[in-house]
Design a protein. Structure first.
Length: 69
């Protein structure tokens, strides 16, 4: 599994914990739902700016996304 897939899987795990749909996360992070889907599937090389938007929307730190990868 590459880093994009690992980060995408981690985002999905935290999104599930927060009981948010991809649409909910996209809205709160000001991103497109299809973008969230492609990130979670490891198909997108996500920027640090968008990682921060997602982490903030999930009420987690950036380091939480990379912990134990």
């Amino acid at each position: 599994m590459n880093i994009k897939e690992k980060v995408g899987k981690r985002i999905k795990e935290y999104r599930d914990i927060a009981n948010m749909s991809q649409k909910d996360l996209a809205y709160t992070a000001d991103l497109d739902r299809s973008y969230i889907a492609s990130v979670e599937n490891g198909q997108r090389n996500i920027s640090i700016v968008n990682l921060e938007k997602i982490a903030t929307s999930l009420n987690i730190s950036l380091s939480d996304l990379f912990k134990d990868l």
